[in-house]
Ligand binder design. Structure first.
Ligand SMILES: [Zn+2]
Length: 230
């Protein structure tokens, strides 16, 4: 906080005026350009959708669309507990930008869901060598345990989270967008950003497959199997 004293020396008062002017400028910029300020937040911190736009992307009062996602780890080289951060990051990518939450249940079997989506993680994908992941349909999404990705200016933390979030993007109607490494829908990079058109399209797709009675701005933690039984 800046404390304003009327008893300082003239140069101190001048400094105080300068600081106060600078602070006021920041407030004015924040009022005039709220999105400029919100994008300056630490991208690693979880964020809720707080911007108000007229292009289909979420306002703070819009519902979070919750989509069931069954996570199949029976063939993965990681334990379900080792996946906790990866699953959290998938939800961070989608919730913070688009107000879409995947309600995840981790299973060790191959039984697919009837609604929502199913994703499998495994050390290598069958078929094409070096393939990081693919989306064939909502119940046939596969991701390599450790995809090989090219750098991005604002990278995701976990390559498996980035590739899984990308494949889920295909499940939410999105196509590839190759114009920047930071894009979630660019092939084979660490990028995780969505633009306004993608957010609007993904939310329209999510609304059709969302769980009923979606509460505002809530997203459940991934449900992991009991460690004593795994
Ligand atoms: Zn793709």
């Amino acid at each position: 906080m800046i404390s304003v004293s009327t008893y300082g020396r003239p140069q101190d008062r001048l400094q105080t005026v300068r600081k106060t002017t600078a602070l006021l400028s920041v407030v004015v910029v924040a009022l005039l350009f709220p999105e400029t300020v919100s994008t300056a937040q630490d991208p690693d911190l979880p964020q809720q959708p707080v911007t108000s736009r007229n292009d289909g992307s979420p306002r703070s009062s819009d519902p979070v669309y919750r989509i069931s996602l069954r996570v199949h780890l029976g063939e993965s080289s990681r334990t379900p507990q080792d996946f906790k951060d990866i699953l959290d990051e998938i939800n961070h990518i989608w919730l913070s930008q688009a107000g879409i939450c995947f309600e995840m249940h981790v299973v060790q079997d191959d039984e697919p869901l009837e609604q929502g989506m199913d994703i499998w993680f495994m050390p290598e994908l069958p078929g094409v060598p070096g393939l990081n992941g693919y989306y064939r349909n909502d119940h046939d999404i596969q991701v390599r345990d450790t995809p090989i990705l090219k750098p991005a200016e604002h990278p995701a933390r976990h390559p498996a989270a980035r590739t899984a979030a990308h494949e889920c993007g295909h499940g939410l109607s999105l196509s590839h967008r190759q114009d920047a490494d930071d894009n979630l829908m660019r092939s084979k990079t660490y990028g995780w950003r969505l633009n306004d058109q993608e957010i609007g399209a993904a939310r329209r797709a999510a609304a059709k497959m969302a769980l009923p009675d979606a509460p505002l701005r809530e997203c459940a933690e991934p449900v992991l199997p009991d460690p004593a039984r795994t």
